[in-house]
Design a protein around this ligand. Structure first.
Ligand code: 0L1
Ligand code: MG
Length: 262
C-alpha cells in the first residue's frame, strides 16, 4: 500500500459522497498520483464496511472490463473487480429511477452462482464449472462517478468499478450442459438493437473471469464462498441510457432481462 489509512478513509468519503449525492468528481489519482491498485481495493473495503454499517448487505461480486470491447471503450487492459450490494439489485421488469444515477450505461453479462467454495491461484475453467450451481442472465447498470466516464484503472477500482444497479432474469441453467463460449447476446433499447456479441468475448470464456477473480482474492488471502453470486463482465460495449428508455437483453437459450428507466 502506498497510502495511509487516514488518506484511504478520506478518499472513501469523497467517493461515497459522489455516489450518494449523485454527482461527478475528478479522478482520485489527480490528487493522489502514487495511489496503487492495492490502495484502490482498500477503498472498496472501506466502502463495503460503511455500507454494511448502514444496514446494507453484500449480494455478490463483479468482474468488469473483461471483454476487448470494454477494454477498448474504457482505455484499460486489465479487469477490475467490484462489490454488489442489496441496495443495487433491482427486480426484472422494474422501473429504475434516473434520479439516483449520473450518466448510466447498461451491459449484458452472464452471472454465476456457486455451490462450492473456490479458492487459490490458477484454477481451470473445468474447476469453476464443477463448483457452479447455475448461470443466469444479468444486466449491469454502470455509472462512473468520474466526469465524462473518463478514468484510469486505479480510479475506477476505487469507485467500486462503476457499480450502480443490476438486474438478473431469464432462465437459470446448469453450466454442465452449455457451451458457455457461444451464447449469443443482443441488447435492445426501445426495440432497436444497440449491440450484439457472443459470450466468448469475455476472456474467451466467462468462467475465466471467475478464475481471475479467485486469483485476485487469493492475493488478498480471501476466497469465493459457496453461494457466491458473480457477474463476469459485459459481453459487448456498454450502452448509454436515458430516462424513458426500455431495455431488453436477450440471451440465446437463457431467456431475456427487461427493465426501464424512469
Ligand atoms: O462492469 C464493468 O465492466 C465496469 C468496470 C468499470 C469500467 C466502466 O465503468 O466501464
Ligand atoms: Mg459490468
Amino acid at each position: 500500500m502506498s497510502l495511509d489509512a487516514k488518506t484511504i478513509a478520506a478518499i472513501t468519503d469523497r467517493i461515497q459522497h459522489a455516489q450518494d449525492k449523485v454527482h461527478t468528481i475528478t479522478k482520485v489519482t489527480d490528487e493522489h498520483p502514487s495511489m496503487s491498485i492495492e490502495d484502490a481495493y482498500a477503498v472498496q473495503d472501506e466502502l463495503r464496511r460503511s455500507w454494511i454499517a448502514r444496514g446494507d448487505r453484500v449480494t455478490g461480486l463483479k468482474a468488469g472490463l473483461t471483454s476487448r470491447a470494454k477494454m477498448l471503450q474504457m482505455g484499460v487492459n486489465v479487469p477490475s473487480f467490484g462489490i454488489q450490494m442489496a441496495s443495487m439489485a433491482r427486480p426484472e421488469n422494474s422501473a429504475i429511477e434516473m434520479s439516483g444515477l449520473i450518466h448510466p450505461r447498461v451491459e449484458a453479462e452472464i452471472a454465476f452462482v456457486l455451490k462450492n467454495e473456490l479458492k487459490g491461484k490458477g484454477l481451470s475453467i473445468e474447476q469453476v464449472i464443477a463448483a457452479t450451481d447455475y448461470v443466469i442472465p444479468a444486466v449491469e447498470v454502470i455509472d462512473s462517478r468520474y466526469e465524462k466516464f473518463k478514468f484510469d484503472l486505479v480510479s475506477v477500482i476505487a469507485d467500486n468499478s462503476s457499480s450502480a444497479r443490476y438486474v438478473t432474469g431469464g432462465r437459470p441453467l446448469d453450466p454442465q450442459g452449455l457451451d458457455l463460449r457461444t451464447i449469443g447476446v443482443v441488447i435492445e433499447k426501445n426495440g432497436e438493437i444497440q449491440a450484439l456479441g457472443a459470450s466468448a468475448a469475455v476472456l474467451n470464456h466467462p468462467a475465466n473471469a471467475i478464475v481471475m477473480l479467485v486469483d485476485h482474492l487469493a492475493t488478498r488471502g480471501e476466497c469465493l464462498p459457496a453461494g457466491s453470486f458473480v457477474m463476469t463482465g459485459g459481453i459487448t460495449e456498454a450502452i448509454p441510457v436515458a430516462r424513458g428508455d426500455n431495455i431488453v437483453a436477450r440471451f440465446q437459450d437463457m431467456g431475456s432481462v427487461s427493465f426501464r428507466f424512469i
